[in-house]
Design a protein around this ligand. Structure first.
Ligand code: APR
Length: 315
């Protein structure tokens, strides 16, 4: 049975652990945090719901003890600071790069065969950093952002169409940033009908804009970044890996030529199975989408440059 470790037991990490326990595919979930006691406390709190929710996963919390994460099938990285109202995800790079560098190195020592899922923002840059630091094959480093952004896209589409979110199908590619993500509105459908035939251009443009600022809207409302949808988005990705479901998710993965780009981690549709990212699906993008994707790559690469400037990774 599967062992999942989650580094960072804050809002996103703990919610993710809870979602995984409720999905019942993991035998062992380890929560690790640098802050004394937080993981232990949250793990016990969740375990005290096991009988009520009828799950059998063992959830254990530890303070910075990586030996407890040994032999993890998947390591989820959420450690770092979240944004505050008015901040962009990219502004977090300086602090979070050091944290992600250290936790990835420590986790890898105890779980050399693991698959990493990176959530810490700016996520595409943190996934790139992980790929460079860990030296793993590209299928084993996966950034979570596109699945969350796509869920937000589907939510806003369903609001505009006054329908159930499960009846719409929309996907967001590109970077996981307010200005870099690309909700593919021309490809979105409601029960096989293109939404472009159901929504005015004005409403469709608003859906796209609301999706792009979806995280910032919640940060403004809550005072810190969101956690329910990020936790759930990660849990379904991990489930597809552990149960080898081979479902398609938009994920940030290392490109070396796909979509005409290289040396960048950015959101594209991938198949997730027991080997992690088993295949990158090359969608047929129209000229406008290709142009937006190229701009998104450039923007993400510009943030990645900070890693070299700060000497977090070497050229
Ligand atoms: N090792 C382990 N845990 C750490 C470390 C470290 N070196 N540094 C920080 N942490 C922990 C903090 O102690 C905190 O408990 O990471 C946790 C982060 O939790 P929150 O502050 O609640 O942040 P959260 O909302 O969960 O977001 C985490 O995910 O969505 C992104 O932008 C978000 O980068 C942020 C990350």
């Amino acid at each position: 049975m599967a062992k999942i470790s989650i580094i960072g037991s804050g809002n996103v990490g703990a919610t993710c652990a809870n979602a995984i326990a409720h999905m019942r595919f993991a035998s062992e979930i380890v929560l690790l945090d640098i802050k004394e006691g937080i993981s232990e406390g949250k793990a016990i709190d969740m375990m005290q719901t096991a009988k009520m929710y009828n799950f059998d996963s063992s959830i254990r919390g530890v303070t910075n003890d990586y030996s407890a994460t040994a032999g993890s099938d998947v390591v989820i990285v959420t450690s770092g600071i979240p944004r505050k109202p008015g901040m962009s995800r990219e502004e977090l790079v300086g602090v979070n790069a050091g944290i992600v560098h250290d936790v990835v190195s420590s986790a890898l020592e105890h779980s050399p065969d693991t698959i990493f899922i990176i959530i810490t923002n700016p996520m595409d840059t943190m996934a790139y950093l992980t790929y460079k630091v860990a030296g793993l094959p590209k299928n084993r480093v996966i950034g979570m952002g596109g699945q969350l952004d796509s869920s937000r896209f589907n939510y806003y589409l369903s609001q505009a169409l006054n329908c159930a979110p499960s009846d719409v199908e929309g996907i967001v590619l590109g970077g996981h940033g307010d200005t870099t993500m690309i909700p593919l509105i021309d490809k979105a459908t409601y029960k096989c009908q293109p939404v472009s035939s159901l929504l005015s251009k004005e409403v469709a443009d608003k859906v796209v804009a609301d999706t792009m600022t979806g995280g910032a809207t919640l940060t403004k409302l809550i005072g810190t970044s969101a956690w329910y949808a990020p936790g759930a988005a990660t849990a379904v990705m991990v489930k597809s890996i552990i149960l080898d479901e081979k479902k398609v998710f938009p994920c940030s993965v290392y490109l070396d030529g796909e979509y005409g780009h290289e040396d960048v981690c950015i959101g594209v549709p991938v198949i997730l199975g027991k080997n992690g990212c088993e295949k990158i699906i090359e969608m047929d993008l129209n000229e406008n989408e290709k142009e937006l994707f190229a701009k998104s790559v450039t923007a993400v690469k510009n943030v990645n440059k900070i890693l070299n400037e700060d000497k977090v990774i070497k050229d």
